[in-house]
Design a protein around this ligand. Structure first.
Ligand SMILES: [Zn+2]
Length: 197
């Protein structure tokens, strides 16, 4: 059984789409690769992170011990301050208007057959010591209204410092101008959006 907690405030068109994506991705994700979708619409900009637990806390089994629960809660608290994850140019005057952070846990052991169709188990061999079937993702959504969304010419990602286990972020950026993808890593932790909004 997939154990996810969705809050009613998430029920919007955008969130419905992302829920479907999460469901598809949790047990197919690649450790070391976080996914970030960014979209601007009018004066708003929305961020949607889906990051393997391996990249955030170093494990993906469901936290049960006090120490593991504390580690997960500390990570969730860090996500709760978006400035720990990314920053926007102050000239864009963006205000956070909505956010959601959760762990999407897939720890069902009854659907092995379905998992066996995937050929990505070998990548996960280093997790056998914990629980070879358990995967989870940290999912975080942030929505902003901006005084001048066109001033967003760059987004920085303190994410890489906040979470030392982090790998890369695969970023899909969509605006009225078009869409661009980026692969962001800790040695160059930003994206250049000049001319892209
Ligand atoms: Zn995983």
């Amino acid at each position: 059984m997939r154990k996810s907690i969705y809050y009613s405030l998430l029920i919007s068109a955008m969130m419905s789409v992302s829920v479907a994506e999460e469901t598809r991705q949790v047990d197919k994700h690649e450790h070391g690769v976080g996914v970030l979708n960014i979209a601007t619409e009018g004066s708003s900009i929305n961020f949607e992170f889906m990051i393997p637990g391996a990249d955030i806390v170093g494990f993906e089994y469901k936290a049960k011990s006090d120490s593991d629960i504390a580690i997960v809660n500390a990570a969730l608290t860090k996500f709760g301050q978006f400035e720990n994850i990314f920053t926007l140019p102050s000239s864009s005057n963006c205000t956070l208007v909505d956010s959601m952070i959760e762990v999407d846990q897939d720890d069902d052991h009854d659907d092995h057959d379905e998992h066996d169709e995937h050929d990505d188990h070998d990548e996960h061999d280093d997790h056998d010591e914990h629980d070879e079937e358990a995967h989870n993702e940290f999912v975080a959504h942030y929505s902003f209204n901006c005084g001048n969304v066109k001033e967003i010419d760059r987004i920085d990602f303190p994410y890489f410092n906040t979470f030392p286990n982090s790998g890369e972020l695969e970023v899909q950026f969509v605006s009225g101008v078009g869409s661009t993808s980026f692969e962001v890593e800790g040695d160059k932790p930003f994206i250049d959006l000049k001319g892209k909004i």
